[in-house]
Write a protein that binds this ligand. Sequence first.
Ligand SMILES: NC(=O)c1ccc[n+]([C@@H]2O[C@H](COP(=O)([O-])OP(=O)(O)OC[C@H]3O[C@@H](n4cnc5c(N)ncnc54)[C@H](O)[C@@H]3O)[C@@H](O)[C@H]2O)c1
Length: 282
Amino acid sequence: MSITTVGIIGAGTMGNGIAQACAVSGIRVVMVDISDAAVQKGLATVAGSLDRLIKKEKITQADKDAALARIQTSTRYEDLQAAQLVIEAATENYELKLKILQQVDGIVAPEVIIASNTSSISITKLAAATSRADRFIGMHFFNPVPMMALVEIIRGLQTSDATHEAVKQLAVALGKSPITVKNAPGFVVNRILVPMINEAFFVLAEGLATPEDIDAGMKLGCNQPIGPLALADMVGLDVCLAVMDVYLAEFGDSKYRACLLLREMVAAGRLGRKTGRGVYQY
Ligand SMILES: NC(=O)c1ccc[n+]([C@@H]2O[C@H](COP(=O)([O-])OP(=O)(O)OC[C@H]3O[C@@H](n4cnc5c(N)ncnc54)[C@H](O)[C@@H]3O)[C@@H](O)[C@H]2O)c1
């Protein structure tokens, strides 16, 4: 199946990023959110991002105009009927996603593939709630979408080979490098990344080194672009803790227990950059 129009549900951080990636690659987009204000904000973010690419001489004004002309915005799910693939990138909430997916499932044609950009909800479980479990898949983009090369493609237990192939081809058409992952909490990247951040808190709690030296060690010794503690401050310590607690609950393996220091810092409201203080002061 050739995908020429992609429907996107949610015009927030991820939704507008996915819209931009599609539009600059020549794919038409229908981007839907709950209000005009939300879709206009998403569209303005894309325009601003394209302006920065013009400044860096990566694209021309004509490229920007053509990309924006490919993005149709709407507040009606009915407008998703133009798409061969719908990517759900709405707020991370199971009940909300279930409601959206069941509504959209009843509106778009049976052959349309539906994907979710969820970071933590089971693709198998979401697929089972639709009438097209074999045409349901996870497409986990990374933030900021226009810059990040990776897309994790998550196969639910029911996902068909044809669905997997179509979505993989689309990811490549967007200039991304997809990897294929079986459905499991954290998929691949966050499954490895978040326990590593948690381990950095154990190292800090044991007083093995200062935060600065722990981060410098991982940057200089492992070529990581940012140290794990500085990264925790960026992601949000509450998000890191919530992810560890999901792993512990889902896998039932004590290797996923959150470091007590991480839990204490969250309880104290030291959530990272967003609260002005985490491991570091901002
Ligand atoms: N932010 C990240 O770094 C990141 C990375 C990978 C995956 N994700 C996942 O992507 C998804 C979106 O995250 P985000 O960071 O873009 O969130 P966000 O809060 O920036 O955007 C979510 C958007 O969904 C819209 N929305 C809410 N209910 C809706 C509905 N019923 N219909 C249509 N739109 C609706 C909101 O108005 C909002 O504009 C989540 O599932 C998240 O877990 C986020």
